[in-house]
Write a protein that binds this ligand. Structure first.
Ligand SMILES: C[C@H](O)[C@H](O)[C@H]1CNC2=NC(N)=NC(=O)C2=N1
Length: 92
């Protein structure tokens, strides 16, 4: 079980492009086509399985919204921040 991050830790550790919304961190990734977004979501799913930590993914036209929270801990932990950073690398 990872420890919950406090407000300052969350602010300090938010990866580029991500925002905090309550107990979640959120980023909407933009793509040139719908299928590029679908491909990103598939890759993100693989990273999630690897980490065994799963985001909420919403695929729409040329965008994928990613929401991360640690359900068991009831808030934001290092697992969320670390996976968010990996999603950023995947999108680059
Ligand atoms: C039993 C529990 O669902 C598993 O331990 C994992 C699966 N993936 C998960 N993903 C997220 N985001 N939070 C969790 O607490 C979590 N728990």
């Amino acid at each position: 079980m990872a420890d919950l991050l406090d407000d300052d830790e969350i602010s300090d550790r938010l990866p580029a492009g991500w925002e905090r919304e309550g107990d979640e961190i959120v980023r909407t990734f933009e793509f040139d086509s719908y299928l590029e977004g679908v491909g990103f979501a598939a890759g993100a799913g693989g990273l999630a399985e690897e980490a065994f930590h799963h985001p909420e993914l919403t695929i729409s036209w040329q965008e994928v919204e990613v929401r991360l929270t640690s359900h068991e801990e009831g808030g934001i932990t290092d697992q969320d921040v670390d996976l968010a950073e990996r999603f950023n690398e995947l999108a680059d």
